[in-house]
Design a protein around this ligand. Structure first.
Ligand code: NAP
Length: 306
């Protein structure tokens, strides 16, 4: 029987994850199909319940459901518990386990960004959504001593800091208001800048003015394009990294959880590159908005995977 893995999000049509995971299943001759389920929040519980069926290996969960999925799980891994977000689901009989492989993906991206340098201890994180939670948790685990979180709506950054109060008790994790002058002054004191906002995803905008970027920063943008922020940072002399590594490695970690073997990274990377060249976008980057219909039944949505 063909096993099923589903991506539950809203919307999810044209997902890079679909292209990348199906290429991996096909290459390893695993009889499994990666389906795209566009489910608005009101249908999330029903979709999660369906995944308990024996034909499912599990699921990915994406915008806007990562946090809502948490209480629907029977068990959470440390990363899912700590971040308060689930992006991968596995099945143990009829019980469901919630994981967060964004943390692992972000860790690989951070390691690549830092390269052979000593891992810095100070970071500035822009954004306070699900992506930022994975980043901040990764930085805490990495032993960072000072992490400053800026967010347009300050209360959300404050909520993030409260959420990590226990795991960050030994360090200085703080929320600050989104003011250009404050961001600029913090950037002058830090070594790592992570953009975990969606600024730059749709338009050619940057969250920080080019003049505010010191030339010795390491800059990670979770968006998987060469954003204006990354272009400005590179022009200033910074080392930069986009979100593709994180996307690839969160997917590889999810593959291993479902299938129980190492993911074929090169094949997944090639599938990602092909899908990107075809203009397909990650479900992570789809603006939440209008429903796009049931992508599971949409052949075009799955086309790049096959
Ligand atoms: P989210 O929970 O919806 O959070 C969006 C964040 O962007 C919030 O902090 C929000 O601030 C901020 N934001 C949006 N528009 C803004 C604007 N015009 N000005 C200032 N701030 C703005 O989304 P998410 O899941 O954290 O994703 C955030 C980004 O990370 C997306 O671009 C996504 O593609 C990327 N991501 C990539 C990966 C990967 O594997 N590469 C994984 C996860 C996420 P407010 O709270 O003030 O609204």
């Amino acid at each position: 029987m063909t096993k099923r893995i589903v991506l539950i999000g809203h919307p999810v049509a044209h997902s890079l994850s679909g292209a990348m995971q199906q290429a991996a299943f096909d290459a390893l001759k695993i009889d499994a199909r990666y389906e795209l389920w566009d489910r608005p929040p009101i249908q999330l519980a029903e979709a999660i319940a369906e995944v308990r069926g024996s034909e499912f290996l599990g699921a990915n969960v994406t915008i806007p459901h990562k946090e809502r999925t948490v209480p629907m799980m029977d068990r959470l891994t440390e990363e899912a518990q700590a971040t308060g977000a689930v992006n991968t689901v596995t099945r143990e009989g009829r019980r469901l386990v919630g994981h967060n492989t964004d943390v692992a993906g972000c860790g690989v991206a951070l390691d690549q960004l830092v390269g052979r340098q000593k891992m810095p201890r100070h970071a500035v994180v822009l954004g306070a959504g699900g992506g930022a939670r994975a980043v901040v948790y990764g930085l805490i685990r990495e032993g960072f001593q000072r992490v400053v979180v800026f967010n347009r709506h300050l209360h959300r950054a404050e909520g993030l800091v409260r959420h990590f109060a226990r795991s960050a008790a030994h360090m200085d994790l703080r929320a600050m208001p989104w003011h250009e002058s404050i961001i600029e002054s913090e950037l002058a004191k830090t070594k790592i800048l992570v953009n975990a906002t969606s600024i730059g995803l749709d338009g050619d905008e940057s969250p920080v003015p080019a003049e505010a970027i010191p030339g010795d920063l390491l800059v990670l943008d979770l968006i998987y394009n060469r954003t204006k922020l990354l272009r400005d940072a590179e022009a200033a002399g910074c080392i930069i990294q986009d979100g593709e590594t994180m996307l690839l490695h969160q997917g590889a970690a999810a593959f291993t959880l479902w299938i129980g073997q190492s993911a074929p990274l090169e094949i997944m990377a090639e599938a990602l590159a092909r899908a990107r060249a075809e203009g397909i976008r990650s479900a992570e980057g789809e603006p939440a908005g209008e429903a796009t219909g049931d992508a599971a039944a949409d052949e075009t949505a799955a086309a790049p995977a096959g």
